[in-house]
Design a protein around this ligand. Sequence first.
Ligand code: ZN
Length: 155
Amino acid sequence: MEQMKLSAKITVCRYNELSSDEKILVDEARAALLAAYAPYSRFRVGAAARLADGRIVRGSNQENASFPAGLCAERTALFSAGALAPDVPVEAIALAAEADGVPTLAPITPCGICRQVMLETENRYKKPLRILMCGRDEVYIASSVRDLLPLAFSL
Ligand SMILES: [Zn+2]
């Protein structure tokens, strides 16, 4: 019997340490959360996906009284990007959140289903997807969803 040791590489930085492109993407994610429809959780999430041609596609969580019908901000952005520009790779996505109008102190990280969708995005375009997860003061950066989803499911 042997054991596998899995590891992830996450860069932790502050907003002012980001590149100008990264700052723009984070700003877009923070703006996107204002469009969230979250009357049940009052937890707003914004996402901003940067496409290879420079376009930025926003997403936000969209809840529903029938809870499973709602959709996370990350998938709203990625599916929208896929619908708008199916042949243009997605290179990065930024996430931001607030609870009851207050930015989350800890960086927001994607749920398991969104990680799986991010993996499919990487596989689809054969490019790593950079993920910027924002908190009030810090940003976690993963250079690929594989750092957030070890032993990922695939067919
Ligand atoms: Zn999710």
